[in-house]
Design a protein around this ligand. Structure first.
Ligand SMILES: NC(=O)c1ccc[n+]([C@@H]2O[C@H](COP(=O)([O-])OP(=O)(O)OC[C@H]3O[C@@H](n4cnc5c(N)ncnc54)[C@H](O)[C@@H]3O)[C@@H](O)[C@H]2O)c1
Ligand SMILES: [Zn+2]
Ligand SMILES: [Zn+2]
Length: 381
């Protein structure tokens, strides 16, 4: 089959690869109809994620058709059109039983923190992902769901990660009626979080980024107030002034470890490798919320960070909440919002590339070229 293959930082190829086969009675093989590139894939692409092995195939957002099922699979049949959450999880361990699908204890021999994620390095279980013609889906009775008739394919695809993660971010922000919520990052996750904050009852939603076309999308898609952090002297002071000097009730970090905005953080992370990334957005979130407020972290971070303002978070009495998203948990409510016409996740999609052109897709998305917000990969094109 044809598949995206990682050859080292910034080196993406499409190569011939052995088609995956059933390895366990509860596996399914899915023929990929649509995949996406996530901001998380950019951390892999930039060589930031430990144990990203040459030869691996990325892709944790995908939908497709079941072409083979193992002997114990009961919920899926050959021919079913399925949406597959990015988490690989068993559904029955201590953590899965508590809804912590992202922290499943049975799918990742390399870690006790994160569970399994398709196409996301051996740190996250070493599973090949969906930026390919076919993908092996373990625990096929647990994660995937048949795409409802009424749901558009691109909407379904966005629910396998970005839209669900943004919604989860807003959930963890503990929004109360009328709250002011600031979202750092106007990528797909931040835009989805900003939109979702209204569903939770926010009275005011602000989005911060430095890419103007993305801020424009924050206004049109999420009806947010926007701030370009390069156009104000100090983003924290700006946000305090905008909220009567107190700070926002909640902040959502939808940027993660590769944040721009601080030369010092850039040097200590990207250049000197003293920490696993640059926690600029996280520190801005900690500084911008009011005392007693909540910081919800959706942006991805590796294990080690040194220059995080933990003492300020402590002395302000903040609640810090975070995790990889437990994707499938979000679907019932998101289905309702889509059916009611409140939400069209596919409005985030700006580009569609054939699988053979995936290297260009990574380049365009990573470089924020050509107004790119969410690029899709179409294996059959
Ligand atoms: N927790 C989860 O389950 C989960 C799921 C999906 C993605 N993620 C993570 O969420 C983050 C965002 O994903 P995405 O797909 O939206 O990525 P993206 O790269 O498209 O978006 C990130 C945005 O942050 C902006 N940015 C950079 N520095 C900033 C700063 N200091 N302040 C404000 N904005 C800044 C960038 O310009 C960009 O628009 C990534 O770290 C990704 O790994 C986490
Ligand atoms: Zn992702
Ligand atoms: Zn489990």
């Amino acid at each position: 089959m044809r598949a995206m293959v990682y050859r080292g930082p910034y080196k993406i190829r499409v190569e011939e690869k052995k088609r995956p086969s059933l390895e366990h009675p509860n596996d399914a093989i899915v023929k990929v109809a649509l995949a996406a590139i996530c901001g998380s894939d950019l951390h892999l692409y930039h060589g930031m994620m430990p144990d990203t092995r040459v030869g691996s195939t990325f892709g944790h957002e995908f939908i497709g058709t079941v072409v083979e099922v193992g002997t114990s699979v009961q919920n899926l049949s050959v021919g079913d059109r399925v949406m597959v959450p990015f988490n690989v999880y068993c559904g029955s361990c201590y953590f899965c039983a508590r809804g912590l699908f992202a922290n499943c204890h049975n799918v990742n021999p390399n870690a006790t923190a994160v569970g399994g994620i398709y196409g996301y390095s051996h740190t996250c279980g070493g599973y090949d992902g969906g930026q390919a013609e076919y993908v092996r889906v373990p625990f096929a009775d647990v994660g995937p769901a048949v795409i409802p008739d009424w749901l558009d394919d691109e909407d379904a695809l966005l629910l396998t990660d970005a839209m669900s993660t943004g919604y989860f971010g807003a959930q963890l922000a503990d929004v109360s009626e009328g709250d002011a919520v600031v979202v750092f990052g106007a990528g797909p996750v931040g835009l989805a979080a900003a939109k979702s904050a209204w569903f939770m009852g926010a009275g005011r939603v602000l989005v911060v980024d430095h890419v103007d076309y993305r801020l424009e999308k924050a206004r049109s898609f999420a009806h947010a107030e926007t701030v370009n952090f390069t156009q104000v002297d100090d983003i924290v002071v700006h946000l305090k002034r905008a909220t009567a000097g107190l700070g926002t009730d909640a902040a959502i970090d939808a940027v993660g470890a590769e944040a721009d905005g601080s030369f010092l953080q850039h040097v200590t992370s990207a250049k000197l490798k003293l920490q696993g990334g640059s926690p600029v957005a996280l520190n801005w979130a900690i500084d911008s919320v009011r005392k007693g407020g909540t910081v919800s972290v959706m942006g991805a971070y590796g294990p080690m960070f040194s220059a995080v303002k933990f003492g300020d978070a402590f002395n302000k009495g903040l609640t810090l909440r975070m995790n990889q998203c437990h994707v499938k948990r979000q679907w019932p409510r998101l289905f309702e919002h889509i059916r009611a016409g409140y939400l069209k996740p596919r409005e985030l999609v700006t580009h569609r590339f054939p699988l053979e052109h995936i290297a260009e897709a990574y380049h365009v998305f990573s470089g924020k070229l050509d107004g790119c917000i969410k690029p899709l990969i179409v294996p059959g094109a």
